[in-house]
Structure formats: structure tokens, C-alpha cells
Design a binder for this molecule. Structure first.
Ligand code: ADP
Ligand code: MG
Length: 387
């Protein structure tokens, strides 16, 4: 991919597709992480002497219709405050114009007809807004839309922004040529949502750690009676196939030996640790137990590269956060290169202030999942074609 960092854009207009899709409540931004991740790219363009037009989506408005609740106005204001300069909001594509040193934000790209369908005419108009088109929205790189893929192909010059470059480099350290042993930790709610990831990673990893509802399905596949736990009977055969494949390949795939169970998933619920052979019929698994946590940690101690997607338990509800947090703490303190992807896993690592100690925290949930599934992301393919 051509990198924006390497380009001279003095006096030019740069169009940057970013992912500013932040959570909002009553018109206020409730988490500014994505804005903060995007800001250095805008600053880089300003430092290079360019004028900047920023594009982003926000939420899911009906395409072709303006709706105030999905307007980027609060985001323009917020970026302006962080940059210490005025950021104008353009309501139409024609109004998106800048002089060098200025920043303009085009309102929600999903207000414009043709974005979702990757309409060629819209892509061309967006690409034509500037001299250089910078694709930096990793979080939408898995969608072939006018601003994410089409414009990259139509632009006079197209390149990857620094955030996109960091994301791609972090995942390629895991997927292309990892320092071994390579471990994957796949947790979260459902095998069905991570089957592609499990299948693809099984081909690559030396260690596969499972947790959460996914581990429950694997336990059930081993004949464990999991009581009222979240698990997927339909995927037991898949789980068996994955375990057989791991064995054949010499990939370690330890399962929980003890678990935390409770009668209900509720804050402060009465809970107890049991061996997996003794899960009461009226209880559900909500976390890995302390012996499992230690065993997982011991296996992971050898790993030089780790990719983590999905929590070990229902971490949002204390006290069922303990297994996930203990494992995250061990990884944060290890020397392995650890990449964390997946919305909930990242939220957990951030909630417990462990993010700074990880190797890389991905900004893209769905996009990172597709990379781990071995898919080629359309925006990345377009950037590679334009390099
Ligand atoms: P990520 O967003 O990191 O990819 P997922 O979305 O796949 O992760 O799964 C996260 C969800 O799984 C969390 O909401 C968590 O509460 C839930 N979860 C994990 N373990 C369990 C469990 N044993 N029982 C019920 N829910 C669980
Ligand atoms: Mg999730």
C-alpha cells in the first residue's frame, strides 16, 4: 500500500476517509476513542501543509435522507476543540472545499445516495474533492462502499493513512510471519459467529485457547454436562472437528477444568467454582475458574505472539470479569506481542486499564474479525491495487 506518511501534499487538498462512528447519547459523544485515533492523521495532513476534507459515517441513517440525530455536527465541533481550530461542517458535497491549513468535515457520508451500493458516480465525486484520497477508516475496510473502496479506485492518487497502516501491520505480524509459538485466544458468546476465525486460525496457530460460550460448546462436545450454560448444540460436531484437527496438527487446545457458575447472570449474583464434571443442572457457566486461568496462563507463557478476540466470561457483570481480567493482566505483563481485536475484548482491556501494555489494540471489530477469518478486505485490496 502507498502510505500517506510518504507523500508530499504541500498546498494540496487531501480527502481523508476516517471512522468517526462514535457512540452518542442525547447529542453528546460518550466515547471519543475513534476520534482520538483519527486525529493524528488530520494533524499529519495539516503539518504537511495541506487542506483537509474529512469523510465518515455515523450510525445507520436511511440513505439519501438527512436526519439531525445522525449529523456529524457534534463531531466537527469536538474535533475543532481537540485541534484548536475551526472545523466547518459541509452539508453538501459541493460545499466541501478547503484552503491549505483548513479542515472541513462532510456530513454523514451515509446521507448521500449510492454510498452503500458503491455507486461509481458518488465514488468519483468523493475522489474528485481533492488531489489525494487517504483511506484511514480501518473499521469500515471490510465494506465495499463508495467512500471506502470506490473512491480509492477512482482517485488521482490513493493511499493508506497511518491508522490503516498500523492495523494492517499489526495483523500481518500475527497472520503472515509470526514469531512462534503463535497463540490465539478465542472467546465470547458464540462459536457460530467465530467459526470462520477458528477454522482459519487453526491452520496457523500453535496454541488455541477458548473461553466464554465458545468453550461451553467445546466442553459439551467432550460430553460435559453444561447445565443452563450458553452453548450451541448445533455446533458440537464443528467443535469436535476442530479438536480433532488440532490434535492432528499438534496444536495445543486446552479446555477449562473448572468454571464459575451461578443461577443467573446478574451483578453480584451468588456464584461458586466447580469442576467441569460437576456443573449443577440449574446453573450456568459465566467465567473460567482459577485453576483453568492458571493452566491457560502456563500454556500462554511460551507464546511469542498472541491474538486475542473474545472474553473468557460474561465480564461486563462482576464478579464474572475475573478470568478475563486475570488473563488480560498476564498478557499485558508478558513479553509476547499481543494484538487485541473484537469490540468487547477491547472494551474489557480498556475498562481495566491494560490497553497501554498490549502490543496493539485494534480499532475495528468487524474488520479485524474478517482479517482473522483470512478474508481480503475490499478497501485494502483497492489500496494494494493502487500502490
Ligand atoms: P468480541 O466483541 O470481543 O468479539 P463477542 O461479541 O464474541 O466478543 O462476545 C462477547 C460477549 O460474550 C460478552 O457480552 C460476554 O458477556 C459474552 N459471554 C462471554 N462468556 C459468556 C458466558 N459464559 N455466558 C454468557 N455470555 C458470555
Ligand atoms: Mg462483540
Amino acid at each position: 500500500m502507498k502510505k500517506f506518511a510518504d507523500l508530499d501534499v504541500r498546498g494540496k487538498t487531501v480527502v481523508i476517509r476516517q471512522d468517526l462512528n462514535v457512540p452518542m447519547k442525547d447529542g453528546a459523544i460518550t466515547n471519543d476513542k475513534r476520534i482520538r485515533a483519527a486525529l493524528p492523521t488530520i494533524q499529519m495532513a495539516l503539518d504537511k501543509g495541506a487542506g483537509v476534507i474529512v469523510l465518515s459515517h455515523l450510525g445507520r441513517p436511511t440513505e439519501g435522507e438527512y436526519a439531525e440525530e445522525f449529523s456529524l455536527q457534534p463531531i466537527a465541533q469536538y474535533i475543532g476543540t481537540l485541534l484548536g481550530k475551526q472545523v466547518r461542517l459541509a452539508k453538501t458535497i459541493d460545499a466541501a472545499k478547503v484552503q491549505p491549513g483548513e479542515v472541513c468535515l462532510l456530513d454523514n457520508i451515509r446521507f448521500f445516495k449510492g454510498e452503500k451500493k458503491n455507486d461509481a458516480a458518488l465514488a468519483e465525486r468523493l475522489a474528485g474533492l481533492g488531489d489525494v484520497y487517504v483511506m484511514d477508516a480501518f473499521g469500515t475496510a471490510h465494506r465495499a462502499q463508495a467512500s471506502t473502496e470506490g473512491a480509492v479506485r477512482k482517485a488521482a492518487v490513493a493511499c493508506a493513512g497511518p491508522l490503516m497502516v498500523s492495523e494492517v501491520e499489526a495483523f500481518s505480524k500475527v497472520l503472515s510471519n509470526p514469531d512462534r509459538p503463535l497463540a490465539a485466544i478465542i472467546g465470547g458468546a458464540k462459536v457460530s459467529s467465530k467459526l470462520g476465525v477458528l477454522t482459519n486460525l487453526l491452520e496457523k496457530v500453535d496454541i488455541l485457547i477458548v473461553g466464554g460460550g465458545i468453550a461451553n460448546t467445546f466442553l459439551a462436545a467432550n460430553g460435559v454436562s453444561v447445565g443452563k450454560s450458553l452453548y450451541e448444540p448445533d455446533l458440537i460436531e464443528e467443535a469436535k472437528r476442530i479438536m480433532a484437527k488440532a490434535k492432528e496438527k499438534g496444536c495445543q487446545l486446552p479446555l477449562p477444568s473448572d468454571v464459575v457458575v451461578a443461577k443467573a447472570l446478574a451483578e453480584g449474583a451468588e456464584h461458586t467454582v466447580v469442576e467441569v464434571s460437576a456443573i449443577p443442572d440449574d446453573m450456568m457457566i459465566l467465567d473460567i475458574g482459577p485453576a483453568t486461568e492458571k493452566a491457560y496462563e502456563a500454556v500462554l507463557a511460551a507464546a511469542k505472539t498472541v491474538v486475542w478476540n473474545g472474553p473468557m466470561g460474561a465480564f461486563e457483570t462482576e464478579p464474572f470479569h475475573k478470568g478475563t481480567v486475570a488473563l488480560a493482566t498476564a498478557l499485558a505483563n508478558s513479553n509476547a506481542f499481543v494484538v487485541v481485536g473484537g469490540g468487547d475484548s477491547v472494551a474489557c482491556v480498556e475498562k481495566y486499564h491494560l490497553a497501554e501494555k498490549m502490543g496493539y489494540i485494534s480499532t475495528g471489530g468487524g474488520a479485524s474479525l474478517e482479517l482473522l477469518e483470512g478474508k481480503v478486505l475490499p478497501a485494502i485490496a483497492a489500496l494494494e491495487d493502487r500502490s
